[in-house]
Design a protein around this ligand. Structure first.
Ligand code: AMP
Ligand code: GLY
Length: 420
């Protein structure tokens, strides 16, 4: 088979690895991919077409007789890549533009959840012309106050502020843009999980649970990022946890999408918090998580192509995973998610055999590997315990001598403490 993966990050690197592991796959094209993906083992080619160039992607898939296209990132979904490919009779894994609104419109997601009877934080929305009302509203709330920009924000559009005055400032900032819209929602507390399933109408194939670490700095300090590390499994009972999330959230939402005549297809990422009142949805994404995918996919022992075949045909499949724990730490450019340098030389020591690297913002120039974005790579390891996996990573991180890189030193620390 020939596979086309759309996207350019570590998630797409993990996807291309998963396809390469399948004996059914002859070539994996990644558009646009990155220089690290292009240099990885196996029949992988990076193709210089941007993820939002829908016409370019379509022409490429047709010319190269691509069998399946897998959408890694959200931007092409919002542009209707799935609709376009299907109109041309091509097989593509992902939701239509309308169904992808579960991610692209928080307001849409809230409406679907209300109809489906799924627990989520209560909320109010305000448009750009309602700044004064929004500010009056937050003045009478008890902090912490959660303010979310509506629309795609790569996980960075959420502010959780500790004072009413700060909330008013955030609103003034966000609502200063025409057409902008915010959601102000109740603050929830509890452990967080990222749950992944493949959904096709009413068919759900659960793929597992992971956790990502969104704040830039240790002890969950600093700004929200796209994700600075990940771990899977997250509990000793992830399978039961996954089943509960499917029963209480994924299935009712899938039913509601069918009822609306907008059946969901593709990966559904359910971000949940286990609150005192039960599992509450924090967000949906219409794609895999980055960096969760980099630890989740290597854990699956069922062939990824077989899983997708079951998804496309509606046949039953039980997805198996190995007994190992996987932890990953993201290497970022210092300053991310705000301003940071690009183009500095990485100088990473050679990677020991027990570690895996998934490349994101990286560029090769004159034989040197350089930073090319905020998140540069993720280093991951497998172990019988979380502590063992983290030790392997820590040993490597200690050998890195580059003060332009930033990474967290406490990824999965709470799970290590539970093990002791
Ligand atoms: P989101 O982009 O919606 O996933 O939000 C990013 C992060 O902000 C989440 O992973 C949570 O840690 C936090 N967050 C979002 N919404 C809430 C909420 N209602 N209450 C508490 N924390 C939240
Ligand atoms: N890791 C969070 C996301 O992919 O949105």
């Amino acid at each position: 088979m020939k596979i086309l993966v759309i996207g350019s990050g570590g998630r797409e690197h993990a996807l291309s690895d998963a396809f390469v592991r399948s004996s059914a796959v002859e070539t994996v094209y990644v558009a646009p991919g990155n220089d690290g993906i292009a240099a990885s083992d196996g029949p992988v080619e990076a193709v210089a077409i941007e993820a939002d160039d829908i016409d370019g992607l379509l022409a490429f898939a047709q010319e190269h007789a691509v069998d399946w296209t897998f959408v890694g990132s959200e931007a092409p979904l919002a542009l209707g890549v799935v609709d376009t490919f299907r109109q041309h009779g091509l097989t593509i894994i992902g939701p239509t533009k309308q169904a992808a609104q579960l991610e692209t419109s928080k307001r849409f997601a809230k409406e679907v959840m209300a109809e489906a009877g799924v627990l989520t934080a209560s909320y109010r929305t305000f448009d750009a012309n309602q700044l004064a009302e929004a500010q009056a509203y937050v003045r009478q709330l008890t902090p912490p106050i959660v303010i979310k920009e509506n629309g795609l924000a790569a996980g960075k559009g959420v502010s959780i502020v500790a004072s009413n005055a700060e909330a008013e400032n955030v609103l003034a900032n966000v609502l200063s843009e025409a057409e902008s819209q915010v959601i102000i929602e109740d603050y929830l507390e509890g452990p967080e999980f990222s749950h992944f399933s493949l959904v096709s109408g009413d068919q759900i194939i659960p793929l597992g649970v992971s956790r990502d670490y969104k704040r830039a700095c240790d002890d969950d300090q600093g700004l929200n990022t796209g994700g600075m590390g990940a771990v899977t499994p997250v509990t000793a009972y992830d399978e039961e946890l996954s089943q509960q999330i499917v029963d209480e959230i994924v299935l009712p939402v899938a039913h509601e999408m069918v009822r609306r005549g907008q059946p969901y297809t593709g990966i559904l990422y359910t971000g949940v918090m286990q609150t005192e009142d039960g599992f509450a949805v924090i967000e949906f994404n219409a794609r895999f998580g980055d960096p969760e995918t980099q630890v989740l996919l290597p854990s699956l022992t069922t062939d990824f192509v077989s899983i997708l075949e079951a998804h496309l045909s509606g046949e039953e499949i039980v997805v198996e995973r190995d007994e190992q724990v996987r932890v990953g730490v993201v290497l970022a450019a210092k300053g991310y998610p705000q301003s940071y340098d690009r183009g500095f030389v990485l100088n990473l020591p050679p990677l020991p055999a027990e570690l895996t690297i998934h490349w994101a913002g990286v560029k090769e120039e004159n034989g040197q590997w350089q930073a090319n974005s905020g998140r540069i790579a993720m280093i991951s390891a497998a172990g019988i315990t979380v502590a063992e996996a983290r030790q392997q990573i820590d040993r490597y991180l200690e050998t890195i001598n580059n003060n332009q890189l930033h990474y967290r030193r406490d990824i999965a620390q709470e799970l290590i403490e539970d093990e002791q």
